[in-house]
Design a protein around this ligand. Structure first.
Ligand code: 6PG
Length: 422
């Protein structure tokens, strides 16, 4: 299983975590136009997220008919019991929002957990359409997980044989390592890892010690549970480890402005970054009034008078996102400081990402690029106008002379999103 370092995303508190998780889940749904599979988790960590999903704001953003809901582990108690994980999710949002046929609980009316595991495995295989997992075709779009006090995930407890099972999708776990001490049924690490995104929610001071051990690489289930695509740990300030990571990492910004001259790759980098973070991406060009587009297409540079309404429209969109608690990435040339002042002002929750490249490099790229409305002849005026952001703007400056994924990794590092990154 490919296991890239997980992205570590710091959020302020449990409410911000629920919002960030909902945004990530909705963004993951948005990239799949077909049938979607989400694997939920038990425990207390996801409760706020589940309640948020039932609110009108979230509910309207989810195509419920296409989304199927599974559970990563179940306590072997009857449905309706307060310990029953799927019951908690049902009460919080599923019963009110999801078609009943799209809710896939682990059966707990079998004689023993192992029989329940076999039945759920059959159900998952039927849903997937094969009995072997293909890394190129993940079982789940998103797997949600919490971390237990002993470093367990789902019901895979440290030192228990279930952690090492690689030829099954679901296993019976006859006894638990921590409370509640009821038998469990759990998906295995390969089944949980077969997902486009594995999203952990880790919040509260009680999690700090175990998270520190997990991130230090201790051989715990929570360290071994990784998506074969993307793994993200949402961590609140109270759980953020002091020892292994920066002592005062910045809060996650509300908006990122990806700036640079035409042809520097703002849209490509912005879209890739948005996909990695689960944020919404907007191309700043789409905020131009039609008159500006026509002018640029005709090869005439814009005047500042042309630019003010455009920049203000982008600033308004950022303000709207801030008000709604949404996070956004906007590609926008923002060549002069005065433009960036309109977009970011003095707010430290709007970060400038500057894509830096020499005129020769950018010109060469533009010559190979099709379907863009700006003729390469305008590059001279772009560079003449460009005022690279100064230190007082705290920009994240990255060279564009690298592959897209490497550039995005560099930006995530600078945002201090990513394990062990400076
Ligand atoms: O059934 C369960 O208990 C869970 O699925 C379990 O793996 C849980 O996610 C962790 O123990 C974290 O639990 P908290 O969220 O309550 O801390």
């Amino acid at each position: 299983m490919a296991t890239a370092s997980p992205a570590l995303v710091r959020v302020a508190d449990k409410a911000a975590m629920a919002q960030a998780a909902a945004d990530r889940l909705i963004a993951q749904i948005a990239v799949n136009p077909g049938r979607i599979a989400i694997c939920l988790t038990g425990g207390s960590s996801p409760k706020q997220l589940y309640e948020l999903l039932a609110t009108d704001a979230c509910r309207a953003r989810i195509p419920w008919a296409r989304v199927h809901w599974f559970i990563g582990d179940e306590r072997f108690v009857a449905p309706g019991d307060p310990l029953h994980n799927m019951t908690v999710a049902r009460h919080a949002f599923l019963d009110a929002c999801a078609p009943p046929a799209n809710i896939h609980p682990i059966p707990t009316d079998t004689a023993a957990p192992e029989a329940a595991a076999r039945a759920y495995e059959r159900e998952l295989m039927a849903f997937y359409g094969a009995d072997k997992l293909d890394p190129a075709r993940p079982l789940f779009d998103l797997v949600l997980l919490g971390i237990g006090p002993d470093g367990h995930v789902a019901s895979l407890f440290p030192g228990f044989p279930a952690v090492d099972v690689s030829d099954r999708w679901v296993v019976g776990v006859d006894k638990a390592n921590v409370t509640p001490f009821v038998p469990r049924v759990s998906l295995t690490l390969p089944a949980l890892g077969s997902c486009r995104t594995m999203l952990f929610e880790v919040a509260g001071p009680d999690k700090r010690a175990i998270l520190t051990r997990v991130l230090a690489g201790e051989n715990l289930p929570a360290h071994r549970a990784r998506s074969n695509h993307h793994t993200i740990l949402l961590i609140d300030a109270a759980a953020w480890p002091e020892t292994s990571l920066d002592r005062s990492p910045p809060e996650l910004p509300q908006a990122l402005i990806i700036m640079g001259v035409a042809g520097s790759g703002k849209s490509t980098i912005g879209e890739t970054l948005a996909q990695r973070l689960g944020w919404r991406f907007e191309d700043g060009d789409s905020f131009h009034p039609p008159a500006n587009v026509a002018k640029m297409s005709a090869g005439h540079p814009l005047t500042d008078e042309d630019r003010w309404p455009w920049l203000q429209a982008i600033a308004d969109e950022i303000a709207r996102c801030r008000a709604n608690g949404e996070r956004i990435i906007i590609a926008c040339s923002a060549l002069k400081k005065v433009y960036r002042d309109i977009l970011a002002g003095n707010r430290d929750d709007v970060r400038i990402v500057y894509l830096e490249g020499s005129q020769n490099l950018i010109a060469d790229r533009m010559r190979h690029r099709k379907g863009h409305f700006m003729p390469t002849g305008l590059l001279d005026s772009q560079f003449a106008t460009l005022e690279p952001p100064g230190g007082d703007e705290h920009p994240i400056t990255v060279s564009v002379d690298a592959p897209v994924e490497a550039i995005v990794d560099g930006i995530l590092q600078r945002l201090r999103i990513g394990q062990g990154r400076a």
